[in-house]
Design a protein around this ligand. Structure first.
Ligand code: AMP
Ligand code: MG
Length: 359
């Protein structure tokens, strides 16, 4: 794999004296020349390449260390680009596109010839999304091609929500990172298979099942999302993902009971000499403050799950900056964006729940 002296260009309107236009032109040139560029979207940072160019798309897999059977999402800037990448768009999908695009939802549709086969990992379907971020869309326009882009992290790591996260994972492996500041939603797009009726959520994300159902009626969840013994229909969902370096365990329970369980687990681990990391919420952190926790990460209020989603991946990455032996995390209600939060935490934990020794 080629080595690069990775550059970071600030493309954030709120920062003075940055020539966003010139930076975008250079990024677009790299894409047109068959290289990959990291860029901000409203969900997480993406690692983009020309979706019609096989060699370019292969560089995405190489930079990330991504398994070659895990297809990429194709990003478009305008609705009329959809006809270049997919056909047979069902009415329900059209309705959802009108309601939620540009935005954090990816539609699985029959793929058109013309895309690099590596994009779809050999499947007959393609995932398509129109991102709601001015830099992402301006880059697609300037490159004048649909851009294939997975999250811009090394495979298996928490997705990047800042340019710094991308740098940590990919510096030296890619030529350029466009730094647009923190991403908004903080978890990836919802992946919805609209080749089935009723449509099926393959990955919960920025648009909730409840929001989709309010628009088109019944929307199912892929059984593989609830039951680990069932194969996942999104190839990417079968891999360990989002994981910080230390093993992570989930602690379930309601209110005070969950806090008591967390306190007991922390002390059990500390008493065996472990350095413990804890992922919790603002309201509960003071109830743990008297314990010898090495790294206590708060990811917002338990009453604002959007805030938790926004901070989740940054929170998980914070444990890597200090060395902890074990991470304990609270769980969240599986409603609204909570379903996406729990999907990511469950994966980060490899499905493990903490077992108390005295039980
Ligand atoms: P990422 O780009 O890393 O956020 O991951 C994209 C997700 O979408 C992965 O879970 C993929 O497996 C899934 N995906 C992309 N294209 C398809 C497709 N054609 N069929 C099913 N799942 C897909
Ligand atoms: Mg990813």
């Amino acid at each position: 794999m080629a080595q690069f002296d990775t550059k970071i260009y600030i493309v954030d309107k709120s920062v003075d004296n940055v020539d966003i236009y010139a930076h975008l032109q250079e990024a677009a040139r790299w894409i047109q020349e068959g290289e990959v560029v990291a860029f901000p979207t409203e969900t997480v940072y993406g690692l983009g390449a020309d979706a019609t160019h096989s060699e370019a798309v292969r560089k995405i897999y190489a930079a990330k260390g991504r398994p070659s059977d895990n297809p990429l999402i194709v990003h478009i800037a305008q609705l009329d680009q959809l006809q270049d990448v997919a056909y047979a768009v069902p009415d329900k999908a059209r309705k959802l596109m009108e309601a939620f695009w540009p935005g954090p939802i990816t539609f699985i549709l029959p793929a058109k010839a013309g895309l690099a086969p590596e994009v779809t990992a050999g499947l007959e379907t393609v995932g398509v999304r129109m991102p709601d971020h001015p830099i992402a869309r301006a880059l697609i326009e300037a490159a004048n091609t649909p851009i294939a882009a997975p999250s811009a992290n090394r495979s298996g790591r928490p997705s990047p929500t800042t340019a710094q996260h991308v740098w940590e994972d990919l510096q030296g492996r890619i030529p350029l990172i466009l730094d647009g500041g923190e991403t908004g939603v903080g978890v990836e797009s919802t992946v919805l298979d609209v080749t089935l009726d009723p449509p099926v959520i393959l990955r919960p994300g920025g648009v909730s099942q409840e929001e989709l159902q309010a628009m088109i009626g019944e929307v199912r969840l892929d059984p593989g999302l609830q039951d680990q013994s069932q194969p996942a229909r999104a190839p990417g969902m079968k891999y360990r993902h989002y994981a910080p370096h230390a093993p992570l365990y989930l602690i379930e329970g309601k209110g005070d009971e969950a806090v008591e369980k967390m306190r007991a687990a922390i002390m059990e681990q500390v008493n065996t000499g472990k350095r413990v990391g804890v992922l919790t919420v603002d309201e509960e952190s003071s109830l743990l403050a008297d314990l010898p926790v090495t790294c206590l990460v708060r990811c917002g209020s338990r009453n604002h799950l959007e805030e938790v989603a926004h901070q989740l991946f940054h929170g998980l990455r914070q444990f890597d900056a200090v060395s902890v032996d074990i991470i304990l995390s609270r769980t969240f209600p599986r409603q609204g964006i909570g379903l996406a939060i729990m999907n990511r935490l469950h994966k980060a934990a490899g499905g493990r729940y903490y077992q108390h020794k005295n039980q």
